[in-house]
Design a protein around this ligand. Structure first.
Ligand SMILES: [Zn+2]
Length: 88
């Protein structure tokens, strides 16, 4: 399982800047291509937390979990001081 660049932590689609355009392609019915092997990526949904991530159907590459509101994407788990503490 040691195939490709071993850069743990900063995988493909690991930033809002790279996720947001991909998310918008997906929203508009487009196909998201895996950055590793260009296979189509599927959208995984965690309904309990209302977060999403893309997972490659072929090689298993996945993006971090993210929240999406309309066209805006926020990485899940990254504490953003601009967000109000929503403990509901
Ligand atoms: Zn792949």
């Amino acid at each position: 399982m040691t195939d490709g660049p071993s850069d743990a932590g900063t995988g493909p689609l690991g930033s809002v800047e790279s996720l947001e355009p991909v998310w918008n392609v997906f929203r508009q019915g487009g196909v998201v291509a895996c950055p590793s092997d260009a296979a189509p990526m599927a959208l995984a949904v965690d309904g309990a937390r209302s977060v999403y991530r893309f997972v490659c159907s072929r090689c298993g590459v996945s993006s971090p979990w993210f929240e999406a509101k309309a066209s805006q994407v926020t990485l899940h788990g990254s504490t953003n001081p601009d967000l109000p503490p929503d403990s509901g």
